[in-house]
Design a binder for this molecule. Structure first.
Ligand SMILES: [Fe+2]
Ligand SMILES: [Fe+2]
Length: 364
């Protein structure tokens, strides 16, 4: 190794690859984190394709290195769009506050072995207010964001509460029913706080015996609600895993699943699909809706599912989306029979997405 090269490495500064942007030209060479591999030579433009390559080669290790001058340019010019900063976005729209409230609610229920109704009602009122006041794109972005393991239950509970409220509003339900559906959604899995963490968060496939234990959460949720709650909320919680083909639990109901339980089943599955995503392209609701449509074959209520998908697809029209090549377009049409491949308008061009050109984020 040449002396000059060693000297050069001593001045290398490390920063996340996410901080680079398309079109940037660095004054010094850009290396990988080890300093061994030259990624982009000085003077060469940073392209979207190059950034994607660096990220895909680097896996979890998304840091790169360059000289001090380039480091300063990158760090000082870093402008984070509010819509790109998930923490800030969640804070500003009230999601973080709601999430903390739900966390306290679940923790209290777990400790006291009963749902604290004053807290539950406060959460429901706040959720309802948030749905009515906040920008729906922002809320759906919060719902559609992958979550850390230790926040899964609180986020899922809040998301199902929010989604129940959104569905109820879009169905034109009475405000009191909207409110009850929000409570039911928020508390539908409160019984999971009674399931041992070692089973609930096991990073492996559950044994048949363990799965039976997890299935008890529906009854636990029902019991934790206590006796002073109306039947619609109680039944929604108890029966949110029932399916019209009789394959659900705890009672294997078929035709007699109450409406609130059928609605909660759909929003519950939607949020589970959101959380299950393993590849980047599935970060957008189009793929989640596509996965949800399969629920028709799995005993979800056809009418509720159709209304939900129709509402989401209609809502997504004319939204701005960021594409895999970095361009920004507008959703022109979401084909009902091909939900994961929306048609995008960029300027005068209208083009359908495919396996190579996809939406990666709904912006506004
Ligand atoms: Fe559940
Ligand atoms: Fe759930």
């Amino acid at each position: 190794m040449k002396k000059s090269e060693i000297a050069k490495r001593k001045t290398l500064y490390e920063f996340p690859v996410d901080y680079l942007w398309e079109g940037l030209i660095l004054e010094e060479d850009l290396f990988d984190r080890t300093g061994e591999v030259l990624l982009i030579p000085a003077g060469e433009e940073v392209t979207w394709k190059k950034l994607e390559q660096i990220v895909s080669f680097g896996g979890e290790d998304r840091y790169v290195m360059s000289g001090e001058k380039s480091y300063r340019v990158v760090m000082e010019s870093r402008v984070v769009n509010p819509e790109d900063d998930q923490d800030l976005l969640e804070q500003n729209c009230g999601y973080t506050r709601l999430k903390d409230q739900v966390n306290r609610l679940l923790a209290y229920a777990n400790k006291a072995r009963e749902v604290p109704w004053d807290m539950a009602e406060d959460v429901a009122k706040d959720v309802m207010h948030t749905i009515q006041q906040q920008n729906m794109t922002v809320l759906l972005n919060c719902i559609d964001t992958p979550r850390p393991m230790d926040e899964q239950l609180q986020r899922h509970s809040l998301n199902v509460g929010l989604l129940n409220g959104i569905v109820a509003e879009s169905l034109g339900m009475h405000p009191h029913e909207v409110y009850e559906l929000i409570i039911a959604g928020t508390l539908h899995d409160v019984g999971k706080t009674m399931i041992p963490d070692s089973i609930l968060n096991a990073p492996r496939k559950l044994t048949a015996e363990e799965f039976e234990i997890v299935k008890r959460h529906a009854v636990y949720s029902y019991e934790l609600l206590g006796d002073d709650v109306n039947d619609r909320i109680k039944e929604a919680v108890l029966y949110h895993h029932e399916r019209s083909d009789g394959s659900g639990y705890p009672d294997g109901l078929q035709d007699d699943i109450p409406l609130f339980a059928r609605i909660t089943a759909v929003t519950d599955v939607y949020d589970a699909l959101v959380n299950k995503r393993v590849y980047k392209a599935a970060r957008v609701p189009f793929d989640v809706l596509d996965g949800l449509r399969d629920g028709l074959n799995q005993g979800l209520d056809e009418k509720v599912l159709t209304v939900f998908i129709h509402y989401m697809a209609r809502y997504l029209r004319e939204k701005n989306v960021r594409m895999t090549d970095g361009s920004v377009g507008e959703v022109f049409f979401v084909p009902p029979n091909d939900l994961s491949h929306p048609v995008i308008k960029i300027g005068e061009d209208i083009r359908q997405t495919d396996d190579y050109w996809q939406c990666i984020k709904v912006i506004s």
